[in-house]
Ligand binder design. Structure first.
Ligand code: C2E
Ligand code: CA
Ligand code: CA
Length: 709
């Protein structure tokens, strides 16, 4: 029973060509009449006529016939049918190889020898129809393909494992920028179009598909005109070839160069920091995992150096993001110079970098690396033509590589880095468990900070500022404290940075300003005189909404005398937008308040700007006071700043005054005021009031006098 049917007819039409009527009748009787209808021809010429008239599904063709023999007729039919899909089965009584090869030369589909056996005939016809159907399907696929390929910019090729030839489509060549037309080439020639390194893979895939019927989907590179590389997606459609155990292979090739390049780019971006080109955090973690899996030496020592650039925010706000980016790039280059097989640098985030090292032999190695890293920064950086020095704080974790926990090690190294910053920066610190606890505290603080203001957990402390000349209290600085319900008193150094990051500093700062102003007015009303109150302003408050209006509101709400209000700004807060700074400072000046430059010497303000700003006071950062020796050494910077203030007509306050030697030095160099533990630590309002009171008992009735230490 033959199942194959053409969709156009109910029964398949068979053209039987034989000059022998008996044979024609025999064939008809062999093939089931329910499946076929028949037309007949007695020679080649008639066969052609019948073909043109009836377009049969199968032709059974005798070889030796008058007028036009079977081979000639077969060839002619092939020309006319224009494709290989018309099955032509030659019926030959010549049982030699020559007959067979002649049949195929004439492009017959198959042959059957006479005398014809019935089962064989049925089988051959059925088989020929099957091939025809596959070919028709293939052709349909090809034309669909051609249409879709025109749209997608892809091409195709066919590989026939029997002939071992490849037919490349026109579109495939033009995809590769080659001008060749459809061409039949050898498989080896075809493989030359693929990139050398992919050639073997492609070859194996094609052979496996053609010999075992395993379809594939590959993406690989091809080489086109002028050696240009194309990334292609290469896929097959396979169909069995007749009775053979081979498969016809139709390969489609799609140019995905641009998408692939994008993928690669995205992949690279996922792995590398775009600014510095260093591996990013993701790759850092991957690298650690890789090292871990490779490591088989239990005792191999691993080290992580977590590097934080000190006060980098100041660079950002003083010179702008562009300059800061350039410095980050230079930093990356300096770190990269340390790299080798066992030492990898990465950018962790903003101004944080990480170095990981393996194959360390002892802690001496670790110290040496930390030392080298610090030395890397001894050289200044350039911002345009200005020299800028940057120091680093390093947090270090070491452990046997085998014991490493990737996530934990990063967290521990980071917390050790924070500890190094707290210890005064420009130093390295090893991770210890208690540091970890502090780090966790920080995370804990972040979640609690939001509720702290509503819960009334903040308190303002006051630290007196005295005249160097006569040690009388001239003013005080308001310093915030957080009474955390579980952790107790939290230092502003621990929570102000978090408040700044989260923006909470704005409402917190407003609260401090108003509370401190109110307290100052209370003390004035109690008769302690006109005290000046220093209020720390964060850059966010300064840059944010209308500062002048907020200050005016506080003045009118609390009744504080404007000259008592001393707003402390840092260099980084004002350098961000110098034009705007000057406008705001002038607004404040018009209201009659005072302004101080806090932590002077740690930022990057330029002298010319300093001159243009309507300031009252410079506060020398305590870093320049604390280390002044009894003989006055280490005091050079303080000396210069004091002289500068005199030259600019500014009041100058020294912070962090802890000893009488400091005072001697300040007195000698005519610093105006001092603030520090020598006189008092910051005190709660009640304590401060006691202090003020105790001072007044020394000073007769005159309450407007300053208070004396
Ligand atoms: P700051 O403005 O430089 O304040 C001076 C800091 O030096 C205070 O630290 C003070 O306690 C400390 N100090 C004073 N005298 C000495 C001394 O003799 N030796 C030493 N070693 N330290 C001394 P505190 O109170 O911990 O505040 C730290 C920083 O937190 C302040 O530095 C300021 O930048 C910030 N801060 C404090 N309160 C506020 C606030 O209300 N708003 C804002 N934005 N920042 C605040
Ligand atoms: Ca201050
Ligand atoms: Ca300060």
């Amino acid at each position: 029973m033959i199942n194959t049917q053409t969709p156009l007819r109910n029964k398949l039409l068979i053209l039987i060509v034989d000059d022998n009527e008996f044979i024609r009748e025999l064939i008809k009787s062999y093939l089931a009449p329910e499946d076929f209808t028949f037309i007949e021809a007695r020679n080649g010429e008639e066969a052609i006529t019948e073909y043109l008239k009836n377009n049969p599904d199968v032709v059974l063709m005798d070889v030796v016939m008058p007028k036009m023999n079977g081979y000639q007729a077969c060839k002619k039919l092939r020309e006319l049918s224009g494709s290989y899909s018309l099955p032509i089965i030659m019926m030959t009584s010549l049982k030699d190889d020559k007959a067979t090869s002649d049949a195929f030369d004439a492009q017959a589909t198959d042959f059957i020898s006479k005398p014809i056996s019935r089962p064989l005939l049925i089988h051959r016809v059925s088989h020929a129809l099957h091939i025809r159907d596959s070919e028709l399907q293939l052709q349909a696929k090809k034309s669909q393909l051609a249409a879709s390929q025109e749209v997608t910019g892809s091409g195709y090729f066919e590989y026939n494992p029997i002939t071992e030839k490849v037919l490349c489509s026109d579109a495939l060549y033009s995809l590769l920028g080659l001008e060749k037309k459809d061409q039949i080439i050898s498989l080896a020639e075809f493989l030359l179009l693929t990139q050398t390194e992919d050639r073997e893979t492609v070859k194996q895939a094609i052979l496996k598909a053609a010999h075992e019927g395993v379809a594939y989907l590959l993406s690989h590179k091809m080489v086109g005109a002028e050696g240009l590389e194309y990334i292609v997606q290469h896929q097959t459609i396979i169909s069995p070839i007749g009775k053979t155990d081979r498969y016809h292979l139709l390969g489609t090739i799609l140019d995905i160069t641009s998408t692939k390049n994008k993928d690669i780019l995205i992949e690279e971006q996922q792995q590398f920091d775009t600014l510095t080109g260093l591996p990013n955090r993701q790759q850092l973690e991957d690298r650690l995992t890789l090292w871990l899996t490779q490591s088989d030496q239990r005792e191999e020592l691993f080290g992580m150096f977590f590097i934080g650039l000190d006060r980098f925010k100041n660079i950002n706000s003083s010179f702008g993001h562009h300059a800061a980016d350039n410095i980050l790039k230079s930093v990356a280059n300096r770190l990269r110079a340390h790299e080798n097989e066992d030492l990898v640098a990465a950018r962790f985030s903003g101004d944080e970098f990480v170095i990981i090292a393996k194959q360390l032999t002892s802690n001496i190695d670790v110290e040496a690396i930390a030392q080298r890293l610090k030395e890397t920064f001894a050289e200044h950086f350039f911002v345009e033509i200005r020299e800028v020095f940057i120091t680093i704080s390093i947090g270090i974790v070491t452990c046997p590589l085998i014991e490493l926990d990737e996530k934990q090690v990063i967290q521990n190294a980071e917390s050790a880095m924070f500890q190094a910053k707290r210890q005064g920066r420009n130093r390295h610190e090893y991770y210890r468990d208690e540091i970890g606890n502090q780090f966790n505290k920080r995370l804990h603080l972040e979640t609690n900070l939001r509720k702290a203001l509503d819960n009334g957990e903040f308190e303002v402390y006051y630290q007196p500022q005295v005249s160097v000349h006569n040690r009388r209290i001239i003013g005080m600085e308001a310093l915030i404290r957080w009474n955390h319900p579980e952790l107790g008193l939290v230092s502003p150094d621990d929570f102000i940075p978090i408040a700044e990051e989260t923006g909470l500093i704005v409402p917190i700062g407003s609260w401090v300003m108003e509370s401190a102003a109110r307290q100052t007015v209370t003390w004035r009303d109690k008769g302690f005189g006109l005290l000046r109150i220093g209020i720390n302003l964060s850059a966010k408050q300064f840059q944010g909404k209308d500062l002048a209006k907020e200050v005016a509101d506080v003045i009118s709400k609390t009744g504080i005398m404007p000259p008592s209000l001393d707003l402390e700004l840092t260099e980084s807060a004002v350098m961000n937008d110098i034009g705007r700074t000057i406008v705001i400072l002038n607004q404040l000046k018009e209201m009659g308040t005072q302004t101080s430059m806090d932590d002077f010497g740690t930022g990057y303000s330029s002298l010319s700007y300093l001159q243009q700003m309507p300031l009252h006071t410079l506060k020398i950062d305590r870093a320049f006071i604390m280390n002044i020796q009894p003989d006055g050494s280490n005091g050079e910077i303080a000396k210069v700043i004091i002289a500068l203030c005199h030259a600019l007509g500014l009041n100058v306050v020294a912070e962090g005054v802890e000893t009488e030697d400091h005072m001697k030095f300040l007195s000698k160099h005519e610093c105006n005021e001092a603030q520090g533990y020598l006189f008092s630590r910051p005190l709660p309002a009640v304590e401060m009031e006691k202090l003020l009171y105790s001072m007044t008992t020394h000073v007769e009735e005159n309450m407007t006098e300053d208070f004396l230490f």
